[in-house]
Ligand binder design. Structure first.
Ligand SMILES: Cc1ncc(C[n+]2csc(CCOP(=O)(O)OP(=O)(O)O)c2C)c(N)n1
Length: 283
């Protein structure tokens, strides 16, 4: 039987926003996979990027700002049959969600994390995010970091991510290829997607990225961790895109299979009648 198609609905994004091609590419990738919509959960926090999950016909979960990873990990542990994809912004992933980013990566739960990285807080109208470029005191038109700029790929590799990639919303073919590889990867997979915000980021525009992004050389060895860390530090006149690092390692399920047997675990930890009584007190 042919599976039901993933479809998209009308959005509330600005015309020209980089989120459109991410939405379109992800929907296309999901349609190419065998997994049907009812087996996919798209998880986000708060922000323009996180809204993408409301525009695709699959299961969705909108958590608090910065809390998409713990929700995604919990969903995966509760039902391992689901394909769990975190699809959210750079502020949500690396700022408010910074601590979750570090520690969920370390577990290597089999989830995929797509970050729409527009290098600003878009929904709240353009404040600097962790990935905003460093301040050049002469330019005042754009949000920028007075402190150090957060390097998500370098940090992800350092804390044990088993799949670390970058792509660009302006290159849908590249993005589709990387998204597919990330979803197929057994374990945590991060794809930082450069995504121009046409309204509030006047520096990191479509043309800016187009001029700088450069696919990794076909001879590049993505299994060399130190070389990958060095590659992750390249972000300037040239911005490498592709799979910077990948390793096969035990997933959290392989390390802690008993946790994935959610129903017996709940039975063991709590008395369901007590929980029901508690719920009834508040409804
Ligand atoms: C704990 C908390 N802090 C701040 C906010 C306000 N807030 C909502 S969305 C947002 C920025 C989202 O930026 P990002 O995750 O980069 O997504 P974008 O809108 O750029 O796609 C902020 C600061 C909030 N809702 N909750």
């Amino acid at each position: 039987m042919k599976k039901t198609a993933f479809t998209t609905s009308e959005t509330a994004w600005c015309p020209g926003c980089g989120n459109y091609s991410i939405l379109e590419t992800l929907t296309g990738v999901l349609n190419q996979m065998e997994t049907p919509p009812h087996q996919v959960v798209l998880v986000g926090g708060i922000g323009q990027a996180a809204k993408a999950n409301q525009y695709i016909s699959a299961n969705g979960f909108s958590g608090l700002h910065g809390r998409s990873l713990p929700a995604a990990v919990a969903i995966k542990i509760a039902n391992d049959d689901l394909t769990v994809i975190v699809n959210t912004g750079d502020g949500d992933s690396y700022g408010e969600g910074g601590n979750h980013f570090l520690h969920n990566i370390r577990r290597n739960v089999d989830i995929t994390h797509f970050v729409h990285d527009n290098q600003i807080y878009g929904l709240t109208k353009g404040q600097p995010s962790p990935t905003s470029d460093p301040c050049d005191l002469s330019h005042k038109i754009n949000a920028c970091n007075m402190g150090a700029t957060f390097n998500p790929l370098l940090i992800a590799i350092a804390v044990g991510a088993t799949f670390v990639a970058r792509s660009f919303s302006g290159d849908k073919e590249h993005l589709a290829e990387i998204m597919q590889a990330a979803i197929k990867h057994p374990g945590y997979a991060l794809v930082d997607i450069l995504q121009p915000c046409v309204s509030f980021n006047k520096k990191n525009t479509f043309a800016y990225y187009k001029q700088r992004v450069k696919p990794l050389d076909p001879t590049y060895d993505a299994t060399n961790k130190l070389a990958a860390m060095e590659k992750a530090m390249e972000f300037g006149d040239t911005i490498p895109i592709g799979i910077l690092y990948q390793e096969q390692a035990l997933t959290y399920k392989e390390k802690r299979p008993e946790l994935f047997d959610a129903v017996p675990l709940i039975d063991k930890l709590v008395n369901l009648e007590d929980v029901q009584a508690l719920i009834h007190r508040y409804i």
